[in-house]
Design a protein around this ligand. Structure first.
Ligand SMILES: [Zn+2]
Length: 84
């Protein structure tokens, strides 16, 4: 079982692993192989804040925003959306 963050922003158990990673403190989501996330994980400290989502819509519903490094297109869309 995996612990994933649901659309309500709360953790729940899932039989399927997540496809999207995130940072609880920064309210960021991104690819599991995100360069900056892996660097932060390697430095330590990130591990406690690491969360996972089933997919991108779930991360958005939970109030997270896309990572500018590994999801530049999604990030640009998000920035445009909040600028309105
Ligand atoms: Zn990223």
């Amino acid at each position: 079982m995996w612990t994933l963050i649901g659309r309500d922003g709360k953790p729940h158990l899932s039989a399927e692993p997540g496809t999207i990673g995130g940072h609880r403190g920064g309210r960021l989501y991104g690819r599991l192989d995100c360069r900056t996330a892996l660097q932060a994980l390697a430095r330590g400290g990130y591990v406690k804040s690491r969360v996972f989502f089933r997919d991108e819509p779930t991360a958005i519903a939970a109030g997270y925003r896309p990572c500018a490094v590994c999801m530049p297109l999604e990030y640009a869309k998000w920035k445009t959306a909040i600028a309105r």
